[in-house]
Design a protein. Structure first.
Length: 238
């Protein structure tokens, strides 16, 4: 991963305070190249200029679990004060990142209260995004996850997929086949209008999940009133 000290690009200059811009070191990654590995000691926090960086872990069965895809913005900011990186990071395609030395970044934040507040606001935004992802993955059904993504990540009910549908399926915790079938159903039912990479919420709302009918009492047939208990016979007094 070659590193070069170059001028800060416009996107990075607009996103970062001036004191942080001087700390950046540019690096280029090939597709599939690791940025860092989970369990190793954090040395830098990164900003993605172009390409795509994937944060992932592996299940016990060896399946890659995608935690986040970053196409522009910070990576590993949560590891600034951690003893280990909490996941792996690799380039999903050729990417350009800017690295900020962890020790120097911590020192600048400690010396500048305004920057510390700015950093806290960045972390709050990341937390809100993580909560939305957790909420989405907790939903049952592929259609519910798709509609949730369009409504929360799109603008005015329109989401333009920045990656392939296969990659998006992994983000939603779905197989590609399940995603394709769900998209077809949503388009057929008028819930979504699909045009290439653009998903638009349609006029037809997604139907609410059906609730099972109330169970009948097992002791009596349905539709019949329970039998009244006959009164006890009166005893005649001699």
């Amino acid at each position: 991963m070659p590193e070069l000290r170059l001028s800060i690009p416009h996107g990075l200059a607009a996103a970062l305070p001036e004191k942080l811009q001087a700390l950046g070191v540019r690096a280029e990654l090939r597709s599939g190249e690791s940025l860092f590995l989970g369990g190793t000691e954090p040395t830098r926090v990164y900003w993605v200029e172009s390409g795509e960086i994937v944060l992932q872990r592996h299940s016990r069965q060896g399946q890659a679990l995608i935690l986040q895809r970053v196409r522009e913005g910070f990576v590993a900011e949560a590891s600034l004060q951690a003893s280990r990186y909490h996941c792996d990071a690799l380039a999903a395609r050729p990417s350009v990142v800017w690295g900020f030395a962890r020790a120097r970044l911590l020192r600048v934040l400690e010396e500048t209260p305004g920057l510390a507040l700015w950093w806290a606001a960045r972390l709050a935004g990341q937390l809100r995004a993580a909560r939305l992802r957790c909420e989405r993955l907790s939903l049952k059904g592929a259609e519910a996850r798709i509609v949730h993504a369009v409504e929360t990540e799109g603008e005015d009910g329109v989401l333009v997929l920045p990656s392939t549908r296969r990659a998006w399926a992994a983000e939603l915790g779905l197989t590609p086949e399940a995603l394709y079938r769900a998209l077809a159903r949503l388009q057929r039912d008028g819930v979504l209008a699909i045009r290439g990479a653009e998903l638009r919420c349609g006029a037809t709302p997604m139907p609410a999940p059906r609730r099972p009918p109330p169970r009948e009492c097992a002791s009596e047939p349905a539709g019949r009133s329970p039998r009244a208990t006959p009164p006890a016979p009166r005893r005649r007094i001699p």
